[in-house]
Design a protein around this ligand. Structure first.
Ligand SMILES: [Zn+2]
Length: 254
């Protein structure tokens, strides 16, 4: 939101002193491009090659995350038929990226491939990424692997850890609640197994290493037949992208 405030202030200055003030470098938001000037960091969770034994040593790296020592990254989950979470996350992120760009947003991603011959990046690099690109929001996109009776989406946001997340816990929590409302209003099924669709956690490294507001969303449960069916189809993946877009816009109030 820093960025949005800056853009607004620049516009006021330009309007008030047109002859003296050069045009703003970033065009102002318009009805067609309401996300102009906003930077979104998208983190498609995991990486297909995390399951490649070739990268075992890279994945075994560890780092203290503010609560405990945790590993670089994991393979993620999969549907019962073997469709990997990394690929689902990647596809939803790709569709979402197009939608965000069409509305004027700048989109940066923590990984640029989904390949069995690539690994990571580690969760600490994913977390730090948002600040590196000066993002207004870091959104980490995942799918859950829970008991098969549960379905629907929920989010994780950082609890306050002094020196780690005390600077972003409140803003992440507030944006997270608006994100849930935006997704649900757009039609996304709410989690049936996580109360209020929210986990406030001290243990997610991606969130703990972030210095900009951060939300991790579990879009559905890959072990639930209905969710799995939606997650494995292109139409379903586009539907998730639409729902997440609505969540982001609600979170940013744009
Ligand atoms: Zn995941």
């Amino acid at each position: 939101m820093r960025r949005i405030g800056l853009v607004a202030a620049t516009c006021v200055a330009v309007a008030g002193a047109l002859a003296l003030t050069p045009a703003a470098a970033t065009p102002a938001p318009t009805a067609q491009r309401p996300l102009q000037g906003v930077i979104i960091a998208l983190d498609p969770g995991h990486q297909l090659g995390n399951s490649n034994p070739r990268f075992a040593s890279q994945l075994a790296k560890t780092k203290f995350n503010g609560l405990r020592i945790k590993g670089c990254n994991t393979t993620g989950t999969a549907t019962n038929s073997g469709f990997p979470e990394a690929t689902f996350n990647w596809r939803v992120t790709s569709y979402l990226e197009n939608r965000l760009r069409a509305l004027g947003a700048t989109v940066r991603k923590t990984r640029s491939t989904n390949s069995y011959n690539a690994w990571g990046p580690c969760v600490w690099d994913r977390g730090r990424f948002g600040a590196q690109v000066d993002a207004d929001l870091l959104l980490s996109i995942h799918a859950d692997g829970a008991v098969s009776t549960g379905s629907g989406f929920y989010i994780m946001v950082p609890a306050s850890i002094p020196g780690w997340t005390d600077d972003i816990a409140k803003s992440s929590g507030r944006m997270g609640q608006r994100f849930i409302q935006g997704m649900a209003n757009a039609g996304a099924p709410r989690s049936t197994y996580i109360r209020d669709q929210t986990l406030v956690t001290q243990d997610i490294s991606t969130l703990n290493f972030s210095d900009v507001p951060a939300i991790l969303v579990e879009l559905g449960n890959m072990r639930h037949p209905g969710d799995a069916s939606r997650m494995t189809s292109r139409e379903g993946q586009k539907q998730y992208a639409d729902w997440v877009l609505a969540g982001i816009r609600a979170a940013l109030r744009l």
